[in-house]
Design a binder for this molecule. Sequence first.
Ligand SMILES: *[C@@H]1O[C@H](CO)[C@@H](O)[C@H](O)[C@H]1NC(C)=O
Ligand SMILES: *[C@@H]1O[C@H](CO)[C@@H](O)[C@H](O)[C@H]1NC(C)=O
Ligand SMILES: *[C@@H]1O[C@H](CO)[C@@H](O)[C@H](O)[C@H]1NC(C)=O
Length: 400
Amino acid sequence: MPSLIIMFPLFIILTLQTSLTAGVKNPNPPVFLLPLIKDKATSLYYTNLNLGNNNQSPLTHSLAVDIGGGSSVLLRCNTAAKSTTYLPIGCNSARCKQAKPDLLCFNKTNTCGKYVSTSFTEHPLNTLLGLDSVSLLTLKPNGVTNTVHSSLTLACTNDANALKLMPEVVNGTIGLGKSSISLLSQLASMHRIRRNFALCLPSKPAGLGSLHIGGGSVYTNDVSKSLASTPLIVDGKSGEYFIDVNSIEIAGKIIPLDKKSRGNAMICTLAPYTVLQTSIYKALVREVVRETKMLRAAKVKPFEACFSSKGMRLAASVPVIDLVVNGGAKWRINPWNSMVKMKGDVVCLGFLDGGVNMKTTEMVIGGFQMEDHVVEFDLESSKFSFSSSLLLHNTSCSHK
Ligand SMILES: *[C@@H]1O[C@H](CO)[C@@H](O)[C@H](O)[C@H]1NC(C)=O
Ligand SMILES: *[C@@H]1O[C@H](CO)[C@@H](O)[C@H](O)[C@H]1NC(C)=O
Ligand SMILES: *[C@@H]1O[C@H](CO)[C@@H](O)[C@H](O)[C@H]1NC(C)=O
């Protein structure tokens, strides 16, 4: 059996090479591409992912994007169990240990669990962990796409109260937070990609937007070469993303934000519209009403400031709103990102009153204000970058 003798040292060399390259960045890391769809009824952004069932007959799940979410995929436990390849993770397994901290062990079934942060529940959710195959599209610089199957740690929950808060139109969420088992963290350690992701949220339900993981906005388009940026602040406990907004400017008027804490503006893709603390909200409404050259219309819930746009061009009638971020860059919100089209010719200012005492921040930047912009979260350089509106560059985030 001479072949065994020959193979043995070869095996050692191969193992040695693998271990030498571990920890080093992949020289040609893949970029993962998830197409995003805007749900018309809820204004949520979701992706369709194929999970489990041996790739021959995978189950397609619609999963809302929760950028601060702590689990790669979070499902109802009965949904997760539909896949014949779903395997609960045991308490003493290496996968369970990788999911640290906040681990749980359900002793009766010897199943590993974890407290997982989400943007739709106030407190981390009690979940069970399991393993299943997830197919993802990768993109090469030359535009060639490929499908990669990764065996990922998923979380599922039976918490009825939390499930009531989970958007009904989807089967679950995907999470890109800093947690050890988020989609970002698992893909980064498995494929040695850069810890970053970029979003291009579509404004139209008919087109496809994109979420790029690992390559930042490099592949999005030319606009991504001229991004402005500000420090990205990651909450150590929840793994959610924040930036500092120093003030809001409208037609030369400055509304200062009171920066009690570092990271006063959370960025949240599960919030359809930006939410402001009451005093800031009132000041914003006052200035927008003063500067808008359209007749006031009756309010349409949940909005307060509505106008009749009959015969008017939005761009000429509505003031731009600038968010002045830490470092001085301005995130410009143009009329098409501030005014929501309602029935008839009515448009409403698409911001919401979050009450006098918002929990952790003064501002939650929601999806509508990010549409048709490239926004990039880079955890390695702790930088949040944003483009101007793609509509100014004759393009958009909605592709066929
Ligand atoms: C599970 O077992 C561990 C160790 O045996 C014990 O510390 C823990 O309290 C048990 N948990 C439950 C929920 O019973
Ligand atoms: C996802 O949810 C939809 C609507 O509730 C349902 O019809 C579909 O079967 C679910 N998909 C999976 C894989 O559970
Ligand atoms: C966008 O398109 C319009 C009309 O086709 C053209 O006038 C304008 O110059 C273009 N702008 C840019 C930035 O390409």
